[in-house]
Design a protein around this ligand. Structure first.
Ligand code: THU
Length: 138
């Protein structure tokens, strides 16, 4: 991906931190998912008093896209931190990696972990979920 494309996703993910609903952890996460059609689907984490219904930022973005008929993706950017301070990278949790596995080619789908527009690293889903179980295993 071009650096300008990456930076656009980072900006979109950071903008989501404001909407993050985190009364229990105070850990804000924002995501920006780039579809093959060029559209960007954003997401934030949404917590719940019963804890387990909490939805991660990444899954919010994926489910927004899929619920609008979009299933082909290029990349996702994830940012997060306590009180929304981006002190370190926020890698996707295992459940979110599995959701990515459902819709993305692991060797091609890029995951951008960012602390700022200049400080980021890019990895593939294959790197974060080696030997993952996906639709092709059924
Ligand atoms: N969280 C995400 O939104 N994405 C991740 O990949 C890691 C965890 C959220 C869930 C919860 O609201 C908070 O971060 C602390 O776990």
């Amino acid at each position: 991906m071009l650096k300008t494309e990456i930076q656009k996703l980072i900006e979109a993910a950071i903008a989501q931190l404001e909407y993050s609903y985190v009364p229990y952890s105070d850990f804000r996460v924002g995501a920006a998912l780039l579809a093959q059609n060029g559209r960007v689907y954003t997401g934030c984490n949404i917590e719940n008093a019963a804890y387990t219904p909490t939805n991660c930022a990444e899954r919010t973005a994926f489910f927004k896209a899929v619920s609008e008929g979009v299933r082909d993706f290029r990349a996702i950017c994830v940012v997060g931190g306590p009180q929304g301070r981006l002190a370190s990278y926020t890698p996707p949790c295992g459940v979110c990696r599995q959701v990515m596995m459902e819709f993305c080619r692991p060797e091609e789908f890029e995951i951008i972990l960012a602390k700022s527009k200049e400080d980021y690293k890019v990895c593939t889903l294959k790197e974060l979920l080696p030997q993952g179980f996906g639709p092709e295993n059924l």
